[in-house]
Design a protein around this ligand. Structure first.
Ligand code: BGC
Length: 452
C-alpha cells in the first residue's frame, strides 16, 4: 500500500458536526436516459449533434447509477463520507417538463433517498444540475419567461414528494455555468449563443434560485437551503489599469452576477455596460425584491483561479484569460491551475459579503490522467491536490470563515459534459466498457482521513 505524505489536519480539525460529502449529478451519472418513462434532456439531444462533445460521447449510460445506485452509495459510505449530494433529473420526473408526472421517476429518487438514509448518508438534493427537459427547450428553455412557472412547478413537486425525508436542498448548480456555456458560448447544451439568449437566461436563473428557495422554505419544515456558485479568484495579469479593469469585469461575470441579487444588492454594475443591459430587464420588470432570498448557506464550488488581461478584440468583456499552461504553473489534466492559496482567497472573499451565514464547499476536485495498473490507480497527484485544498480550507475556517461542510467532486469517473468520458474526476475509477469500479488511492486516502 502506498504511503501518503503527512496531513496537517484530520477530519476532527474541522469540527464535530462537519459535513463530509461526495457529490454527483443526474446527467453525469445516471444513464438510463430513456428508461422507465424518462423524457429527453437537453444533454441527450445536444450530445447527438456532431462535434459538440469530445469523442462523440453521450450521457445515455454514463456510470449506470440508475441501476447501480446501491453499490455506489455503499462505496460513498465505505470511503467514510457522511453526506451524499446528487441531483434530481427534471425530465425523469416530468418527461415533458411540465404536466404529466412520471411515477417511476418519482419512485427512483425515493429509493435513492431511502438508501442514503439507511446508510446514514445525509442526502443533499440539487434541484437543477443542467439537464433541462428537452421539451421545454423547444419552447425557449431558460430564455423563456415561462421558465419560472415551469421551474416552480417542478420544485413544488420535489418538495411535496421528498420534503419529509430530505432537509438539505440546493436549488441551482452554478447558474453562470449553464447560462454562459449553454446560452452565450454554445459550448454546452442547448448550444445557444449571443446576448439575446444570455441576458434573459441570466435574469430567469436569478429569479429561479430565489423562487426555488422560497418554495422549499414554505413546503419543507426545518429545511436547510442553499444554492451553488462557481467561484474563481480573478487575478489581473499585471498592475496596468486596463488589466485591472478587465479583471473587475470578469469578476462581475464569474463571481458576483448571481450572488449579489440574491443578497438583495441587485445585479453588480460598476460601470460595466453589459450590466446596464441586464438592468433593463430588471427595471422593466421591477423584480429586485424577487431576486432576493435569505439562504441558510451558499454552496461554494472552486476549481481554479483565472488570470485576466485586457483584450479589446473580445466583444463585451474586452478581456481574455491567460491560460495556466502558458504561465507554467502546475495544472490538472483539464489544464486548470492547481492553486490552493487561491481557494483560500475565494473562501475569504465570499465570507466578506457578511450576509452569508454559512459556506458549504459543494464541489472541489481535479481530473488527472489516471491509469489502472494491476487493479490499482495510484493517483498521487489527486491526493496531493486534496491535501493542499483541505489545508487551505482549514486555514480559512480557523480564521473565522464559517465553513460547515465539504463535498469532494466526485464519487465515480463520469460524463464530464463537453469533455465526454476522458476527464476523470472520480475517487473511484470506472471502466466504461464493463462498469467495473476500482477505488483509487485518493479514495483510500479519504477513507483514512475520515475513518481514522
Ligand atoms: C460542475 C460539475 C463538473 C465539474 C468539473 C462543475 O462546474 O458542477 O458538473 O463536472 O465542474 O468540470
Amino acid at each position: 500500500m502506498t504511503s501518503f505524505p503527512q496531513n496537517t489536519f484530520n477530519a476532527k480539525s474541522f469540527g464535530d458536526n462537519f459535513t463530509w460529502g461526495i457529490a454527483i449529478a443526474a446527467a453525469q451519472n445516471e444513464g438510463a436516459y430513456n428508461i422507465d418513462g424518462k423524457g429527453p434532456s437537453i444533454w441527450d439531444n445536444f450530445s447527438r449533434r456532431q462535434g459538440k462533445i469530445k469523442g462523440g460521447a453521450k450521457p445515455s449510460v454514463a456510470c449506470d447509477f440508475y441501476y447501480r445506485y446501491k453499490d455506489d452509495l455503499l462505496l460513498a459510505k465505505a470511503l467514510g463520507f457522511n453526506s451524499f449530494r446528487f441531483s434530481i433529473s427534471w425530465p425523469r420526473l416530468l418527461p415533458d417538463g411540465t404536466g404529466r408526472v412520471n411515477k417511476e421517476g418519482i419512485a427512483f429518487y425515493h429509493k435513492v433517498i431511502d438508501e442514503c438514509l439507511k446508510l446514514a448518508l445525509t442526502p443533499y438534493v440539487t434541484l437543477y444540475h443542467w439537464d433541462l427537459p428537452a421539451e421545454l427547450e423547444k419552447q425557449g428553455g431558460w430564455t423563456s419567461h415561462h421558465i419560472n412557472r415551469w421551474f416552480n412547478r417542478y420544485v413544488t413537486l420535489c418538495a411535496e414528494e421528498y420534503g419529509d425525508k430530505v432537509k438539505d436542498w440546493i436549488i441551482l448548480n452554478e447558474p453562470i455555468g449553464f447560462t454562459s456555456l449553454g446560452y452565450m458560448l454554445g459550448k454546452h447544451a442547448p448550444g445557444k449563443t449571443g446576448l439575446a439568449n444570455f441576458l434573459p437566461a441570466v435574469h430567469h436563473a436569478a429569479l429561479a434560485q430565489a423562487d426555488g428557495g422560497r418554495i422549499i422554505r414554505s413546503l419543507v419544515p426545518f429545511a436547510h437551503i442553499g444554492t451553488t456558485f462557481s467561484c474563481s479568484e480573478i487575478i489581473p495579469n499585471s498592475s496596468r489599469p486596463e488589466d485591472i479593469a478587465a479583471a473587475q469585469r470578469a469578476d462581475i461575470l464569474f463571481n458576483r452576477l448571481f450572488i449579489e441579487p440574491l443578497l438583495g444588492k441587485g445585479f453588480p454594475k460598476d460601470g460595466f455596460k453589459l450590466m446596464d443591459k441586464l438592468e433593463m430587464h430588471n427595471t422593466a420588470w421591477k423584480y429586485t425584491n424577487r431576486y432576493q432570498f435569505d439562504f441558510d448557506f451558499i454552496g461554494l464550488q472552486n476549481y481554479f483561479p483565472i488570470v485576466i488581461k485586457y483584450n479589446p478584440l473580445i466583444p463585451i468583456v474586452q478581456a481574455s484569460e491567460v491560460k495556466a499552461v502558458s504561465r507554467k504553473v502546475p495544472v490538472t489534466a483539464m489544464g486548470w491551475e492547481i492553486n490552493a492559496g487561491s481557494f483560500y482567497n475565494v473562501l475569504k472573499k465570499f465570507w466578506k459579503y457578511g450576509a452569508v451565514k454559512e459556506i458549504i464547499v459543494t464541489e472541489n476536485g481535479a481530473a488527472f490522467k489516471d491509469e489502472l495498473v494491476n487493479g490499482v490507480v495510484d493517483d498521487q497527484a489527486r491526493i496531493h491536490y486534496f491535501q493542499q485544498y483541505l489545508h487551505a480550507m482549514h486555514r480559512a475556517q480557523k480564521e473565522g470563515v464559517n465553513i460547515r461542510g465539504y463535498f469532494a467532486w466526485t464519487l465515480t469517473d463520469n460524463f464530464e459534459w463537453a469533455e465526454g468520458y476522458n476527464a476523470r474526476f472520480g475517487l473511484v475509477h470506472v471502466d466504461f466498457k464493463t462498469q467495473l469500479r476500482t477505488i483509487k488511492n485518493s479514495g483510500y486516502w479519504f477513507r483514512d482521513l475520515l475513518g481514522g
